[in-house]
Design a protein around this ligand. Sequence first.
Ligand SMILES: [Zn+2]
Ligand SMILES: [Zn+2]
Length: 164
Amino acid sequence: MSAILFISLTLLTFIVMEGITWLTHRFVMHGFLWYLHEDHHKKGPGFFEKNDAFFLIFAIPSWLCIMLGLQNQVYWVAAIGAGIALYGFAYFVVHEVIIHQRFKFFSRSNNTYIRTIRWAHKMHHKHLDKQEGESFGMLLVAKKYWDKVRADKNRSEEQTPISI
Ligand SMILES: [Zn+2]
Ligand SMILES: [Zn+2]
């Protein structure tokens, strides 16, 4: 398998993972595994949440694909495993660090995309219960959240007096 094909398959898996995450979040985490996800919506004391178990749930297939793919030289399986791992890493950076700020990096970003994913996820957290959620994805967010953030940004720019 060529490196280009391997990388393409890894990136394709990354994109597909956004869809899988949406589906998992919408139907599994807000479904029969709500008991693991609930403390992410109703935050208790302590650093760790039961919700962190989902890292393990996604890490296992990724690790298995990489290990078995490499051992048996079935590289497309390893590429899928790498894509899942890459998405897991992005999820950690975006969801835990940028959005929830469990570690204090990038906490004051004014970037439109960062503000939009934060806002969209905030709207997800507005719902404290299992039912009737919105915005289950992470990296791809609906147009209405973009519109809201752009409108806010425009308004605040208009209000700032121009000093020369
Ligand atoms: Zn949720
Ligand atoms: Zn969250």
